[in-house]
Design a protein around this ligand. Sequence first.
Ligand code: SF4
Length: 167
Amino acid sequence: MKMAGFYDESISNGLGWRAVLFVSGCPHHCPGCHNAQAQDYNYGQEFHKQEIIDKICENSILKGITISGGEPLCKENIGEVVSFIKEVKKVRPNFNVWCYSGYTIEQLEARNDETTNEALKEIDVLVDGRFVQEKKNPTLKFRGSENQRILDVPKCLQQHKIVELAI
Ligand code: SF4
């Protein structure tokens, strides 16, 4: 997997101070994509998991990590993303994990495969759905278009319904 970028700390990619990893590669090709270069699976730098984990460990201000892209949950990236989240949680067990995906939670659950189910168990908040230019709304917090939802994943899984995060 390649990475399109990494922020040591950010407050605009989820609640609280967070590290942000942008993975490379996305199959969705949404018109008006905010990060079009990251649609290419070969864009950016080689992803060295341990280097990123070391950077996270150095920064005590962080409350969590956000995985964005690109598409973290496509078949090309999801395995490495799950393994990365698990490693992060070993060193920062209380870390809160946000993930941006062009897939909806319904599409991810419908895959019914082990890796996707594992990913959903590791993610606290999923900002789901493709970016839709016609529904773009710059006043929205943490998302680009009105179709996208900010989901409380543990509650969605426990209650078998859509539960949006109250923010
Ligand atoms: S899902 Fe995100 S990264 Fe992928 S094309 Fe759409 S806006 Fe761009």
